[in-house]
Design a protein around this ligand. Structure first.
Ligand code: BG6
Length: 477
């Protein structure tokens, strides 16, 4: 017996652009993920001006789930998954984003995928926008800089809500919507399709885009509930708690502001309103933001049913000697290493207790069900002499996190819907575009150079996670 409820959604998570491939198949349009090259630990991904022949675009083929989904879903069933989190590629449905009619071949692909999942009693959990959007919307409208995007997005949402209203119950609007907090620091498109230009105030651009996305998300929640009142529609936030470097109140305040600066999105999506500190901040900074009273009503009426979130690592922050009163100096340059934690090969601080902390933090603040829709370890996997991958390091990471998740449920009374480890089948990394940054329990034979047979195989973590699911989390040995 564990505290996990009956019907707990044990699953696995992926995103369309990171595994499907088939980037220009059956009428699909070019997405922002299609113009991003491969990078690595030291080299940032390049965002090219359109598709340039000869460059390596890892998302074009990815792991060709588009061509392999039937055999893959069969393996997911063998793993014992109760649910499968993926996204719908906007560009399969509206290749340019501003058409009047959707692309039937794209809609059919997801019909077939969902039918295949249901054949094995695997519930689809669907993100509407996961770090991709039609590239045309970026070129023509400047991505989420434009209010017009609200209409394009809600149209896309309406079409897929209607089409799959009897096939999909669990939805999320924007993946890691708060990842834009560091819009000027990432150098990637994330959900916004925006690259900050020299001379622009990155913060102002981000708040405007974040506002339009928040309105679009709230509208989608309302539209979805009208189409099917049984829909469960969540937000999706990147959760990486920020701790103060010392007990010095300056560090504590700095950490608090870092949390506020990232989780105002949660306030808007879960409470239906902007937090006071941020309203004052907008005024003090004299930002010229297009936020109407009507928008605020929409936000109020479109709060989410649950909080979906990713959790990989935590952060530590140190204040400046002379910290400005608003505490909003760029967060990134103030991060320090946590001496209590070890790091992954990509420098991510591994902090299982931070997951319990995060669950408590969300639960106390918003009193909504939680769904951990991403968690996992990106690692270099090596085949052993027996040709197998013995990924005990991955099992160890997942075991420790599931243990803390259990404590949050059993001791802290957190209402948890499910747990879907990220990239449970190897796929293209969003941050680096690598294949060799692997999270999977299912190995896919493809490397950073794009070579490989695409053959699938089980790692040790496959059998381990199968047992975890079978025992509803009782047996983590
Ligand atoms: C989250 C994203 O940020 O983390 C995923 O929702 C991403 O798309 C995952 O893949 C892991 O990050 P990365 O950079 O290791 O792929």
């Amino acid at each position: 017996m564990t505290g996990f409820k009956d019907g707990f959604l044990w699953g696995g998570a992926v995103a369309a652009h990171q595994l499907e491939g088939g980037w220009n198949t059956d009428g699909k349009g070019v997405s922002i993920a299609d113009v991003m090259t491969a990078g690595d630990n030291e080299t940032a991904r390049e965002i090219t001006d359109g598709i340039i022949p000869g460059k390596n675009y890892p998302n074009h083929e990815a792991i060709d789930f588009y061509g392999h989904y039937r055999e893959d879903v069969k393996m997911f069933a063998e793993l014992g998954l109760k649910c499968f989190r993926t996204s719908i590629a906007w560009t399969r449905i509206f290749p340019n984003g501003d058409e009047t009619e959707p692309n039937e071949a794209g809609l059919k692909f997801y019909d077939d995928l969902f039918d295949e999942l249901h054949k094995y009693n695997i519930k689809p959990v669907i993100t509407l926008s996961h770090f991709e959007m039609p590239y045309h919307l970026v070129q023509e409208y400047g991505g989420w800089r434009s209010r017009k995007l609200i209409d394009f997005f809600t149209k896309f949402a309406t079409v897929v809500f209607k089409r799959y209203k009897n096939k999909v119950k669990y939805w999320m609007t924007f993946n890691e919507i708060n990842n834009q907090t560091g819009l000027n620091e990432w150098g990637l498109f994330t959900d916004s399709g925006i690259l900050v230009q020299p001379g622009e105030d990155a913060e102002e651009v981000m708040y405007q885009a974040g506002h339009y996305e928040s309105v679009a998300s709230a509208l989608a929640v309302q539209i979805g509930h009208e189409i099917n009142p049984d829909f469960q529609i969540g937000c999706m936030l990147a959760m990486g708690p920020t701790y103060p470097a010392t007990p010095d109140p300056k560090d504590v305040m700095k950490a608090e502001r870092a949390m506020q600066a990232s989780y105002w999105f949660a306030d808007v999506q879960c409470k239906g309103k902007y937090p006071n500190w941020l309203k004052n901040y907008f005024n003090n900074k004299k930002f010229d933001l297009d936020i109407t009273l009507e928008d605020l009503d929409v936000i109020k009426a479109g709060t989410v049913d649950y909080i979906g979130f990713s959790y990989y690592a935590s952060h530590v922050i140190k204040a400046d000697e002379n910290e400005p009163v608003d505490y909003m100096t760029p967060m990134k340059n103030h991060e320090v290493k946590n001496p209590a934690l070890v790091r992954s090969d990509w420098g991510w601080e591994i902090d299982p207790i931070g997951l319990r902390y995060a669950m408590n933090w969300f639960s106390d603040r918003y009193d909504l069900p939680l769904f951990i829709v991403e968690n996992g370890l990106g690692a270099f996997d090596k085949k052993d002499t027996d040709g197998m991958i013995h990924d005990d390091y991955r099992i160890d990471y997942l075991r420790k996190h599931i243990n803390q998740m259990k404590l949050a449920v059993e001791y802290d009374g957190v209402d948890l819907m499910g747990y879907t480890p990220w990239g449970f089948i190897d796929l293209v990394s969003a941050g680096t575009g690598q294949m060799d940054k692997r999270y999977g329990m299912i190995y896919v034979d493809k490397n950073d150079a794009g070579e490989g047979t695409l053959a699938r195989g089980k790692k040790d973590s496959f059998n381990w996670f199968h047992k975890v699911i079978e025992t509803n989390g009782a047996d983590l040995s």
